[in-house]
Design a protein around this ligand. Structure first.
Ligand code: SF4
Ligand code: SF4
Length: 316
C-alpha cells in the first residue's frame, strides 16, 4: 500500500520545504509532490530536469460570438463582475460587446440570459504543471499563473498524477510538500493522506497557525505529528508548543535547532543533508526515523528497526 505523507505549515518561513528536501534525500522508492502551487520552490532544492510539461486548464472564460450578437446589452446587466464591456466604432457608430477575460469568472450567467446564444466558453490556461526527474526521485510540481484561481483543483491534479505514477512504478511512498494556510489548496493537499506532519516554530503566529492546522487535520481524520523547527529561538514558546501537543496527544517527532546552514544549503540549491552531515542533521534523521515509526504497520516494526540502524549508520 502506498503511504502518503504531507508536510504542512500555516505560513511560509517555517522551513517546511527545506525539511521536505531533506526527507526527499532520506526516503527511498518515493514520488515527490510540490503542492505549494502558488509559490512552488521544492524544485529549486531538488534540481533535476523537466521530462513532461502540460498546460493547466483551471477555468473557462466567456466569449461573445459577434456574428450572433445583436448588441442588446442584456448580458452586461447580469454580469456581477463587470466583465462585459462595450466599445463603439466611431466611424461606423456600431457598438460591440466583448468580455474582459481578466474580470470574467466563468460563472455562465451571461450565457443563460442571452436570447441569441451569442456567448460561448473557451478553456482558460491558468498555469503549467510538470514532471521532473531529480536525483532524489520523480517530482510532480506546477506553476500557477499570477492571480490565477483554482489552486485546489491544480493540487488535486498533481496528487492524482503522483498517485498514478506511484502505482505504475511500484513506489511505496508519496511525499507531499503541502500548500500553506488552511484554505482550499491545503485541504486538497491533505485529504486522503496517511499522515500529516505540521512544521511549526516558536513564534506567536506560527503557534496560532499550528493550532488551526491541527483542527483541520482532525476534521479530516488524518493522523498528525509536529516538528518544532528552530526550537531554540524562543524556549518559552517552544514549551507552549510542547504543552499543546501533550494536551492534544500529538507526538513531537523532532525539535530542530536554528542553523544558518539551512539558508546556505538553499543558496547552494541542495537539500540540507546533501550540504552537510553536521549541524542539525541528527535532528533531521531523528525526525525521519520517528516519522517512519508513525506510518508503519505494526507487523513491519522489525524491518523498521533495521532501517533505523541503517539510517544511523549513514549519519556516522
Ligand atoms: S445578451 Fe447576447 S446578444 Fe445581447 S449583447 Fe449580450 S451577447 Fe450580445
Ligand atoms: S461568465 Fe459570468 S463573469 Fe464571465 S462574463 Fe459571463 S456573467 Fe460575467
Amino acid at each position: 500500500m502506498i503511504k502518503e505523507i504531507v508536510v504542512i505549515s500555516g505560513k511560509g518561513g517555517t522551513g517546511k520545504t527545506s525539511l521536505v528536501g531533506s526527507l526527499a534525500y532520506l526516503a527511498e522508492n518515493k514520488i515527490l509532490v510540490d503542492c505549494d502551487v502558488d509559490a512552488a520552490d521544492l524544485h529549486l532544492i531538488l534540481g533535476g530536469k523537466i521530462s513532461s510539461s502540460k498546460n493547466f486548464i483551471g477555468s473557462k472564460k466567456a466569449e461573445i460570438l459577434l456574428d450572433n450578437c445583436n448588441s442588446c446589452g442584456i448580458c452586461t446587466e447580469y454580469c456581477r463582475f463587470d466583465a462585459i464591456k462595450e466599445k463603439t466604432d466611431t466611424s461606423s457608430n456600431i457598438t460591440q460587446f466583448y468580455v474582459d477575460e481578466y474580470s470574467c469568472e466563468g460563472c455562465g450567467v451571461c450565457a443563460k440570459f442571452c436570447l441569441d446564444e451569442a456567448i460561448t466558453f473557451k478553456d482558460h490556461i491558468s498555469g503549467k504543471w510538470f514532471i521532473s526527474d531529480t536525483k532524489y526521485g520523480t517530482l510532480v510540481h506546477a506553476k500557477l499563473g499570477i492571480a490565477e484561481a483554482n489552486s485546489g483543483k491544480l493540487v488535486s491534479l498533481l496528487r492524482k498524477t503522483a498517485h498514478d505514477l506511484a502505482v505504475k512504478n511500484n513506489n511505496e511512498m508519496i511525499l507531499i510538500d503541502g500548500s500553506p494556510g488552511i484554505g482550499c489548496p491545503v485541504i486538497a493537499s491533505l485529504t486522503g493522506v496517511n499522515y500529516a506532519l505540521i512544521v511549526t516554530e516558536p513564534t506567536v503566529s506560527a503557534i496560532h497557525d499550528m493550532e488551526r492546522l491541527f483542527e483541520l487535520t482532525q476534521h479530516f481524520g488524518v493522523k498528525t505529528g509536529i516538528c518544532i523547527n528552530k526550537f531554540d529561538i524562543n524556549l518559552k514558546l517552544c514549551d507552549t508548543i510542547e504543552k499543546f501537543s501533550q494536551s492534544k496527544n500529538i507526538k513531537v517527532l523532532s525539535r530542530i535547532p536554528y542553523d544558518i546552514g539551512v539558508t546556505k544549503a538553499q543558496i547552494e540549491g541542495v537539500p540540507y543533508l546533501e550540504y552537510t552531515k553536521n549541524g542539525i542533521s541528527k535532528s533531521i534523521y531523528e525526525l525521519w526515523d520517528n516519522l517512519k515509526q508513525e506510518i508503519i504497520e505494526p507487523n513491519n516494526k522489525t524491518n523498521m528497526e533495521n532501517n533505523k540502524l541503517i539510517q544511523l549508520d549513514k549519519l556516522h
